[in-house]
Design a protein around this ligand. Structure first.
Ligand code: DGY
Length: 316
């Protein structure tokens, strides 16, 4: 039987070679953009396995048009773009790419923490605009991290890596998650306490129906005026409009964002604010990580198509 796999975007790390070794045909979308839904359906309809991107909306309608698909390997740790119930009903296994991206994503979270705390944007801009007038005692004062409290929302692999980095910076850790995690450094606290007492808040939770808008306007209002808010998870887990209002009114010190509500059509009001650092969803964007993600996605597909267990199935 000639097995076919389709990737909705060209991936690094030559995953085609892994499929070749197994005698599986592999094709990928070579356009430098996501496929429109009808294109995706047309190109994936006959595939036994699909590698999808987080920007591909794999809803029930798409899933029901896949004629032979047995496995969808999402090229991301998040899988909010896939209708898991529809996949389950069709007997399709869904996998993601955890672990291999934890360090890279934690690094970006920490980069945003440092950049927001120490006015990286303003300093960079000053130099590029050639308006640096020399060292002065109060030039671009920011907040130090040593001795401060980092509040982590979530206690999974990425949060644990961020916690380790923060300990290296001499920070105290508190965290909130669905349950107490003994492997997590720091103290478990209720979410409202975390929002009210942290100097830096960093989000590390997946997006699903229980976390959509979890960080509501009311919770955002609890933040200290000196607080720094960082999101490398998904935009939709926090009330972005309200966050923008707080930043505008300088009710909190700063924010660092790698993710947005309704990507890629993010709220352009953010670009008018000088107290937010903005990145284009590059948490996992290192050469090493994106290659490892491609290999993990490919190996998940191979394993399922060869009759084995998926390596990193998504709990549904
Ligand atoms: C993910 O994997 O979910 C990230 O957001 C992108 O790497």
């Amino acid at each position: 039987m000639n097995l076919k796999v389709f990737a909705t975007y060209k991936l690094p790390g030559n995953p085609g070679a892994l499929f070749g070794k197994e005698g599986i045909s592999f094709s990928e979308n070579l356009l430098p953009r996501l496929l429109r839904t009808e294109e995706l359906i047309e190109q994936a309809a006959e595939a036994d396995g699909i590698i999808s991107l987080l920007g591909d909306k794999i809803d029930a309608d798409v899933i029901n048009k896949l004629k032979k698909c047995r496995v969808i390997a999402n090229y991301a740790v998040g899988f909010n773009n896939i209708d898991l119930n529809a996949a389950r009903e069709r007997g399709i296994t869904v996998t993601n790419t955890p672990d291999v991206l934890s360090a890279a994503t934690a690094e970006i979270a920490f980069l945003l923490i440092l950049a927001a705390a120490r006015n990286l944007n303003a300093g960079e801009k000053m130099m590029r605009n050639k308006v640096f007038l020399g060292w002065s005692p109060e030039l671009l004062l920011g907040y130090g991290l040593e001795g401060k409290t980092l509040g982590l929302v979530g206690a999974g692999r990425i949060a644990q890596k961020v916690a380790k980095m923060a300990l290296g910076f001499g920070m105290n850790i508190i965290y909130f998650s669905r349950s107490v995690k003994p492997e997590m450094p720091g103290r478990f606290v209720p979410l409202s306490e975390l929002m009210a007492t942290s100097d830096v808040i960093s989000l590390h939770i997946p997006l699903d129906e229980t976390t959509n808008n979890l960080i509501s306007a009311d919770l955002l209002d609890l933040m200290k005026p000196s607080a720094i808010f960082v999101n490398t998870a998904r935009g939709e887990v926090a009330d972005e409009k309200h966050l923008i209002a707080l930043l505008k009114k300088r009710k909190i010190y700063a924010a660092g964002l790698d993710v947005y509500t309704n990507e890629p059509n993010f709220n352009h009001a953010l670009t008018t604010l000088d107290n937010v650092v903005l990145l284009p969803h590059i948490g996992s964007a290192t050469f090493e990580t994106r290659t490892a993600m491609a290999h993990l996605a490919a190996n998940n597909v191979i394993s399922v198509l060869k009759g084995g267990e998926p390596i990193t199935p998504v709990a549904s």
